[in-house]
Design a protein around this ligand. Sequence first.
Ligand code: NAD
Ligand code: MG
Length: 392
Amino acid sequence: MSQPVTILGATGSIGLSTLDVVGRYPDRFHVHAVAGGSRIAELVDVCRRAHPKKAVIADESKYAELKTALVEAGLGDIDVHAGQAAVAALAEDPDTQTVVQAVVGAAGVAPTFAAARAGKRLLLANKESVVCGGGLLMRTVRDCGAELLPVDSEHNAIFQCLSGASPKSRAGARILLTASGGPFRGRKDLKGITVEQALAHPRWNMGRKISIDSATLMNKGLEVIEARWLFDFEPSRIQVVVHPESIVHSAVEFEDGAVIAQLGSADMRTPIAYSLGWPERLDGHARRLSLTEIGRLTFEEPDTNIFPLLRIAYEALEKGDGSTIVLNAANEIAVEAFLARRIPFDAISKVIQDMLARISEPFPQSVEEILALDARVREETRRRLENASFEV
Ligand code: NAD
Ligand code: MG
């Protein structure tokens, strides 16, 4: 029987790749509901392709526009809703068990928790909700009988490397989290970098926010935190290894010295297909890997002097308090300001360090407290950016 799938963040890079994989298996899957942020034309395109029963736009002011555009496209039968609460409501909709969470940023926290609480099979690309949700999210997943399948390529790889490992072997293992190094690997400073240069990732074609995170190495910092919670590994057992070819998506080293890695071409359809089909494997139609064509794979240490955010992310995690939420929120605002050409690239890490020094809170006890801390940090970071002057 065809399985209904809900895609949150359907208009984004991961959302569209998911649509591509789902569309190749019409007998196995159909799209039940989709949600997008604010762009109507893209969401209507998605609806044309997938013809879901429901469509949600997070931006409440766009409700009428979406409704009209769908009627004009001959899709007036789609049930339309708007607002952040409507996105979270899709995540717990009883008509679907499978939720692909591909919203960008902390806007994904509420829908991720909603899906976890409703005991869904949660295909999670939105790493920011793991960074902000931490142990509270993992407890919710466990207590509510949800199934969390990581879509982030490294975490999907680690999930595969750990499958079949007993709890005892996991306890003695180490995660080797690979990083491409981004577009500025090997540079001696980060001065004068333009938005266009920062968005041009050498290996992956992704959304704007994660592309900037990859260029600052904040993405890897967020992924260390993500791995810490998803797999219950202490930070000291997670090592970042720069691997510019992006062929080894990550690896796990076991106590006996055996290293198990997952390899493949750099195409998110592979981890998406893996999570959709799990425990069975599906073909995501990514390019097949030819090891002889590739010839050699290289590995190096990350340079945390030039890219301090990776070190700062470890420090925030080691503190074990609300610092990871501060880190994430300040980063979102700083990246937004860089993309709007209001601050230079090398100011992103300074803004984050400044906010980490200013705000120190214990780890929140509830989702509401997480959202409140996130909102407070955003607000204060915006205010700081208005008052401080950064040379562009
Ligand atoms: P994107 O910018 O291409 O897409 C983001 C999606 O979220 C869009 O559909 C957008 O409309 C939607 N959105 C934005 N704000 C929203 C809101 N407030 N409420 C609901 N929806 C909202 O981003 P992306 O590259 O697809 O990344 C999505 C998530 O997946 C991020 O957390 C990213 O870190 C993670 N991820 C992406 C990749 C990749 O290759 N793109 C790889 C690994 C992990
Ligand atoms: Mg990744």
